[in-house]
Design a binder for this molecule. Structure first.
Ligand code: UT7
Length: 329
């Protein structure tokens, strides 16, 4: 087995400037600030402006990663963008970012795993680094959820937001990304889905009239699977590494609902003060939540050399997983 591991050498995030509060939503759908805050923990979310798309957010993230790691664009080998809201089906968002930052020597691709997009991307990037063939891999998680939200559907439009974050991975022989455990269960596909606009229901006047191009969710079913999925996979990765919840300095779960996070953390024995929750400010940015939170934690000095950091996600597919880091400065 290769002794090379991947470590995170830089983190970045980007949120669109515009903010939509719960009170703003009260004017659009039959909802209330009290319902949204008490059922989800969300107070506000960032939303893109006109003509602003996932590649614009990703380009800002990529430029910050270059600045923080002091690399030139030509040194980037691979760009992976986890997203379910690419600018287009093709070209990929990764290709647009590559052109925008002038990363002439990079190849890359978009990865579709919904809220697990960053976790799946981190595992993929880490494996490329471990192969020994690549030195600098960018992994970005980004979503412009307002582009697929139905603002007549209060079940979904109040919970999502726009934004993203990313990391730069390099080789190490010490710590960094020390373990991962990923899962998928396609039998859950129908519970969180954008039915139209793809090859199954191509875009047509009828598909638009049916609102098929918007995201639909059976919230209660997804909720139950999310708690169980994140708690099980996180407990298992801890056990596999002979750790307990007490050994984790910071737990960064996907931010879909504060109640899901609280329940999952409790089941893994991770106390509240070691759980990062920022859903109040951003809502659920899908593939964006974990890298946004990680970048905030790094900037706020919440992660020290040698700390165990646990990332965990659950999303459409169903897709879910955990990644364990032993932080290396
Ligand atoms: O990130 C990908 C994975 N996604 C998730 O993990 C999301 C998982 N699901 C959830 O977070 C929650 O299920 C929601 C936040 C989506 C919904 O919360 P809930 O506690 O499951 O509410 P519910 O759907 O059971 O609805 C409870 C009540 C219903 O009214 P009645 O039937 O009790 O009279 C709904 O009609 O709340 C009503 N309701 C609302 N009321 C005000 C549903 N949405 C709203 C709303 N504002 N936006």
């Amino acid at each position: 087995m290769s002794s090379i591991k991947a470590k995170i050498v830089a983190t970045a995030r980007s949120l669109p400037e515009n903010i939509m509060t719960n009170h703003d939503l009260e004017k659009i759908v039959d909802t209330s600030d009290h319902w949204i805050q008490s059922r989800t923990g969300i107070k506000q979310r960032h939303v893109v402006g006109e003509n602003e798309a996932s590649s614009d957010i990703s380009t800002k993230i990529a430029l910050t990663l270059l600045e923080k790691s002091q690399l030139s664009p030509t040194e980037i080998d691979v760009i992976i963008v986890g997203t379910v809201t690419p600018d287009h089906f093709t070209p990929s968002t990764a290709a647009i970012v590559q052109n925008n930052i002038n990363a002439k020597n990079a190849w890359g691709f978009d990865l579709s795993a919904a809220c697990s997009g960053f976790i799946y991307g981190l595992e993929t990037g880490s494996s490329l680094i471990k192969s020994g063939n690549y030195n600098n891999v960018m992994v970005i998680g980004v979503d412009t959820m307002t582009s697929i939200l139905d603002f007549q559907d209060r079940d979904t439009c109040v919970i999502f937001g726009d934004g993203g974050g990313g990391v730069l991975l390099q080789q190490t022989k010490n710590n960094g990304i020390i373990d991962s455990l990923l899962h998928m269960d396609g039998s859950g596909g129908e519970y969180l889905i954008i039915p139209g606009g793809g090859s199954k229901i191509p875009a047509s006047v009828k598909s638009v009239e049916n609102r098929d191009h918007f995201i639909k969710q059976d919230g209660k079913t997804v909720f139950k699977h999310a708690v169980r999925g994140m708690a099980d996979v996180s407990s298992k990765i801890l056990k596999n590494n002979n750790l307990t919840g007490n050994d984790i300095s910071l737990f960064i779960p996907h931010q879909a609902n504060k109640r899901i996070i609280d329940a999952a953390a409790e089941r893994c024995g991770i106390s509240k003060e070691r759980v990062l929750i920022n859903i109040g400010k951003y809502g659920n940015t899908t593939a964006g939540t974990i890298p946004i939170a990680l970048s905030e934690a790094v900037d706020d000095g919440k992660i020290k050399n040698g700390d165990y950091v646990l990332l965990s996600s659950f999303g459409a597919g169903f897709t879910w997983g955990s990644i364990l880091l032993k932080w290396e400065d």
